[in-house]
Design a protein around this ligand. Sequence first.
Ligand code: GDG
Length: 746
Amino acid sequence: MTSPGPDDLYVDQAYDMVVVSNRLPVDYREGDDGSTQWKSSPGGLVTALEPVMRAADGAWIGWAGVADREFDPFEHDGISIIPVPLSSAEIEEYYEGFSNDTLWPLYHDVIAPPSFHREWWDAYVRVNRRFAEAAARAAAEGGVVWVQDYQLQLVPRMLRETRPDLVIGFFNHIPFPAYGIYSQLPWRRQVVEGLLGADVIGFQRAADAGNFSRAVRRLFGYTTRGTVIDVPDDEGGVRRVVARHFPISIDAAGFEEIARRPDVQERARRIREDLGNPRTIFLGVDRLDYTKGIRHRLKAFGELLRDDRLQVEDATLVQVASPSRERVETYRQLRDEIELTVGRLNGDHSTLGHQAIAYLHHGYPREEMVALYLAADVMLVTALRDGMNLVAKEYVACRFDGDGVLLLSEFTGASDELRQAVLVNPHDIEGLKDAMIEAVEMPKKERARRMRALRKRVRDNDVANWSATFLKALTGSGQVAAGIPDQLQGAIAALAETDRLLVALDFDGTLAPLVDRPEDARATERALAAIHRLAAIDDTRVAIVSGRALDSLGEVAEPPAGTMLSGSHGVELKLDTGPIQLDLRDAELTTLDRLTSIVETVAGSAEGAWIERKPAGIALHTRRLSAADGLALQQQARREVNTELLGITVRAGKSVLEFAVRSSDKGESLQRLRQHVGASGVLYVGDDVTDEDAFAVLEGTDVGVKVGQGKSLAAHRVRSPEEVSELLERLAEAREHTSGGASGWS
Ligand code: GDG
């Protein structure tokens, strides 16, 4: 398609959704007549984001793949494309240098030695700034910007500095290394700071997110709880950043559709025939990269032939090694080495009729890749370190015939999900050889059983799912559907089976509809009845976890005897064994007095604002003011408190700003309750931002439910307190059923 766009297509700050990646989803071509042409480069990311981008009036910012050329923004297949220019020197220093010869080897566990050059870093900063500026110009007020991958790690922070109104996401496609390795990077602080500019930082594996959080703690000492990092802001408060895993995937249906085409199946048959119809075709498909373990695979295959465990008449290895980063020296060396090895092995083992290894240093059209997947009996994925590895998922998606064996390295992100593959440690050559033989000899029934499980996994978690999950975590968008969603029903049914259950519930907005006067709030009758039912079941404890002071909570909640209460965001606690006394130190009491008088004065200056005293703090309520007046008043209070007092914890809720002289949060409180009860499973339900601390500490089979819309870490949602009561009723029902009826506290 030829579509160089007119200049006036591009309007500043017009796009609600902006994706920023090093490369654009289109490739530049020069036509025979010297004209500019653009061709889609159909990657998984484009497929995943295309519908989102079209629906959201999206723009894609990136480099067009050709140096020293500037292009105007244009429209391509319904997406606005905004090219960012790079000079040849920048490609050398920012892309081939810092991205591919510093970060890439470092983040892949230094399989190859990373090079550190200060000029490369300077270029990286410069280019990241250019991308950030382009995004700042393109994004609409309050828009969403989603930055992709390790080439652009500084963009989130640069963007936040100029456009604090934006919602910023980042996704890292490659691993994030352990601190011991990461800390080699001379610019380790700047890079982490760059990433922390995002609201949500996505990684492929939970282990990557863990490594990142550890780096944040080691380098900056920020508090992290579960997947949440508290990043101090300029106003003495904290900005909450989420760092967690969102395993990327493929367009599974798209691959299967190609695989089902008769011409592609015919091509697969031809490939087998051309290879002499061997009993086993092994296949490797990789960019020619040292992370992919191609050498290990060749070594194992060569030894199997040498030791007569495989015969060249029976087995062929097809290795597609698509050209990659050929201007980087390490890659040139790797190519020489691989080609020398392939030549040797073929020299040693091939016969005139049978070639041991078919080595192909080309890129192929997708149809040809799919035909290769269909032709292969055993897919070899032996990466030494790989963020995800999409090839493994593509192979599985194509095998609608239910046949074929996937041999998969434990060092790929994909191995977290594809547990039914034959998993290998590629460094263990003997183990790898045994696994290859196991794959060759695997009975058909076993192959089919494994492939069925693998295919379900890839189908259920495709790339559309990936982008939707990420964007949901980022924006909290998506209407909450009426009723209890199926997934939540399933999770509740599973939770009901746990040995010792803790049901922890926020009060205002969760059990009780929000009202103007806090003292008027009451739990709905249904919710209260369900709580009574739950409290009467064996090995089931109920706790109400609130920001209210304990006294006020006790008055409005009217809970059944034995219900545990957590007040003032966990500063106060009343367990079933009695209250835990809160003893403030003298210094805390003095600070509290001063704090109270500052906030009282601020509240007194605005009609409709009121304060709520708590044992270790004070809350400023602005619910009866307009949103703008409320915010202005809160900012004034924050400023005045921060100029005079030190060590105050500030927490923003729905139309309320709370100050405390002792810090605690609902997450800490939930952990204490969990420990006290010895709970093996937890249900936590809450509607407020302060409930996010509790969602952040949920684990395993615990169930977190957010009430209403808004950004949340909770895996499930319902719409209202009414639906919360329905949820509690269902839990009570399922639990009564499993525990054989209600019989009081055990
Ligand atoms: C990075 C991370 C992560 C390869 N040769 C040809 C071709 N390919 C396609 C494959 C697959 C893709 O390229 C390679 O993706 P991988 O995931 O295997 O690896 P990387 O390129 O290293 O990707 C990785 C990924 O980002 C996504 O987040 O999974 O861990 O390193 O789709 O099919 N496609 C065509 N011709 C070829 O010759 N058409």
